[in-house]
Write a protein that binds this ligand. Structure first.
Ligand SMILES: Cc1ncc(COP(=O)(O)O)c(C=O)c1O
Ligand SMILES: Nc1c(O)cccc1C(=O)C[C@H](N)C(=O)O
Length: 397
């Protein structure tokens, strides 16, 4: 059994703060600060360029990829770290389209994160030749999979509502129709129990600065199913995905397996922070995290619904259909969230009216849930949010 009191002690969270935003930016694992400092002083400072060999920097993207693979139910050797998630979406999409050349449609849904849709739109414009992005309502995805679809591009857990797609069913349906699948796991990795291998997905991508706690700008990951690993062309064919980067050949030959999905120089300091954050993940079983996340989200929903009649639940009631966040709607959602933040309860707001709360078992327990509910109830009952300064929108919400 996972000891959540032990994991919680490993994070640095300011006294008195109830941090319900680990679904957007995870808190600092205490060990990450030391680890980054050591990487800077002992590796970069003392080894300089020899660190690429002596400190194992060059192997970090694949070595850490294996650590992430365990958390998402993927086989070792099928995940590599690097770049940002938007870039990995582009890479997976361009690779998948090339693997299904008779088809022209990318299928996605309106619950997807805008960056994924922007990237898909940009790519179809670059490709021309009848390529198109078809975006349907989340509930309509399964029925929209037909023999024109080259690839589905679906974010498993909706960033606004927390609604979770059925990965197994959609992947099966896509394969039966001759389409490939790309799953964006930004709000899934470290949040829900995943079985990429068992679901037979083709590609998956995700970020590490949310539930995995790698810090702002933490590198993304990409997974390619073993059956495609030696045939997928990486589309972004940078030198570090080359079969032999230090031969400096003028022609590009993709590297072995998942290594080919590397592009350029890996962000070593961010990878060091992620490596330290993953030590905490080594202490937990994903099924325990999922079970506790369901308990926390159930308790939060019940508490808020009982105490705050003015808020409308935006997240599915069925725990199987949601991730590890709970969202409520209110026309004054932005001001309400600012009032909560002023009282030490940190969630966030997503336009036009969503209050978003991440319930992250590694460092949030039932006691914080109860306190957060009480504070929210007080803010709502006294209309404490109704102040001009709470309505002034910040640049980043
Ligand atoms: C589902 C999803 N996809 C893509 C992105 C974009 O990620 P990045 O800013 O790392 O490129 C995000 C978050 O920002 C996201 O939530
Ligand atoms: N990546 C972010 C950033 O650089 C700044 C502020 C927020 C973010 C986010 O991750 C947003 C996030 N994807 C969301 O779910 O809204």
């Amino acid at each position: 059994m996972t000891d959540f009191a032990a994991t919680r002690a490993l994070f640095q969270i300011p006294d008195g703060m109830i941090y319900l935003d680990g679904n957007s930016l995870g808190p600092l694992p205490r060990a990450a600060a030391d680890r980054v400092a050591r990487t800077v002083t002992e590796e970069w400072g003392r080894m300089l360029i020899t660190g690429w060999n002596r400190a194992g920097w060059m192997d970090m993207p694949a070595r850490i990829g294996d650590r992430v693979a365990r958390l998402i139910g993927a086989q070792p050797g099928t995940v590599v770290m690097g770049d940002t998630l938007s870039i990995k979406v582009y890479q997976a999409l361009a690779s998948a389209l090339e693997m299904n050349p008779a088809r022209r449609v990318i299928l996605s849904d309106t619950g997807n994160f805008p960056s994924d849709l922007y990237i898909a739109d940009g790519l179809v414009r670059t490709l021309g030749q009848g390529y198109a992005l078809r975006t349907v309502a989340p509930e309509a995805v399964e029925d929209a999979i037909d023999d024109t679809v080259a690839v589905t591009l679906i974010t498993e857990v909706d960033y606004r509502t927390g609604r979770r797609h059925d990965m197994r069913r959609i992947t099966e349906k896509a394969h039966a129709a001759g389409a490939l699948t790309i799953w964006d796991l930004a709000h899934s990795a470290g949040a829900v129990d995943l079985d990429l291998a068992g679901c037979n997905v083709d590609f998956a991508v995700g970020c590490t600065y949310k539930y995995l706690n790698a810090g702002p700008g933490g590198p993304a990951f990409i997974h390619v199913a073993p059956r495609h690993a030696e045939t997928a062309r990486p589309a972004l064919s940078g030198w570090l995905g080359h079969e032999s980067p230090f031969a400096f050949d003028l022609d590009y030959r993709p590297g072995r397996g998942i290594e080919r999905m590397r592009v350029g120089t890996p962000p070593i300091l961010q990878l060091a922070a992620l490596d330290a954050a993953l030590d905490i993940w080594d202490m937990v079983e994903m099924r325990d995290v999922r079970a506790r996340s369901i308990d926390l989200t159930e308790a939060f929903i019940a508490g808020v619904e009982a105490a705050c009649p003015g808020l409308t639940l935006a997240t599915p009631r069925d725990p199987a259909r949601r991730g590890s966040q709970v969202s409520f709607r209110h026309p004054e959602g932005y001001a309400i969230m600012q009032a909560l933040i002023a009282r030490g309860v940190i969630g966030d707001f997503r336009a036009p009216d969503i209050l978003r709360f991440g319930l992250t078992p590694l460092f949030i327990g039932m006691e914080e849930v109860a306190r957060a509910v009480d504070i929210l109830a007080e803010v709502m009952a006294t209309a404490a949010w109704d102040r001009p300064e709470y309505r002034t929108r910040a640049r980043v919400t």
